[in-house]
Design a protein around this ligand. Structure first.
Ligand SMILES: CC(C)(COP(=O)(O)OP(=O)(O)OC[C@H]1O[C@@H](n2cnc3c(N)ncnc32)[C@H](O)[C@@H]1OP(=O)(O)O)[C@@H](O)C(=O)NCCC(=O)NCCS
Length: 171
């Protein structure tokens, strides 16, 4: 599986991506806006890849993909579709290293993931959740066509999130 855009390649995660995952999941922005996955070592990162993205490809077909620059195969972030018990439909997820923000990479990657979700996985609706203060993410979701549904909690003891949705036009 590979999604190719003008500047990027998106592909399934493999074991060898563990050092990159360790870096990405410990970015202050990731810890603040997504949460602490308690990935502190390369071994933790390997476990995360196996029980997170790889388990999701096997169970649902989709999952978070590694995003790399075509130029030099530099890993810059992750983007993909997640399935969680706490939401009625799959949701879009994304996180990029800060040095690659502000260049339209997240928009380019997410557009390819949404196209695959509609055309290959035949989803009719996709959700997204953000921390209410995550302005960069909310701006990106608006550019992708998502609309705010409501503020909600994923579980009774968790913080509030904003829930967005996007209906796919029939292709
Ligand atoms: C959320 C996140 C992915 C957004 O990244 P981003 O780089 O701001 O998003 P985009 O790809 O849409 O880039 C938009 C910016 O690139 C600029 N840009 C430059 N070249 C561009 C191009 N060729 N095409 C489109 N936009 C371009 C836009 O003008 C815009 O700049 P602005 O924010 O100053 O208006 C990023 O902030 C992130 O990884 N945050 C941490 C993790 C996180 O919060 N994830 C979301 C959890 S819900």
């Amino acid at each position: 599986m590979e999604l190719i855009t003008a500047r990027l390649t998106l592909r399934e995660f493999v074991d060898a991506d563990a050092p990159f995952i360790l870096t990405l999941l410990n970015q202050p922005s990731f810890l603040r806006f997504i949460g602490d996955k308690k990935v502190r070592t390369v071994d933790d990162a390997r476990r995360y890849i196996t029980t997170g993205p790889i388990a999701s490809y096997q169970r649902h077909g989709f999952g978070l993909y590694l995003v790399e620059l075509k130029d030099g195969k530099v890993p810059i972030g992750m983007c993909g579709v997640l399935e969680r018990e706490s939401l009625p439909d799959p949701d879009l997820g994304f996180a990029f290293l800060p040095e690659y923000w502000g260049q339209g990479y997240a928009f380019e990657a997410a557009s390819a993931v949404l196209k695959e979700a509609r055309d290959t996985f035949k989803l009719t609706r996709i959700l997204a959740i953000t921390n209410p203060d995550n302005d960069a993410s909310i701006k990106l979701l608006a550019k992708l066509g998502f609309q705010l549904e409501r503020v909600m909690k994923l579980s009774s003891d968790s913080d509030e999130v904003k829930l967005f949705s996007l209906m796919f036009e029939p292709s």
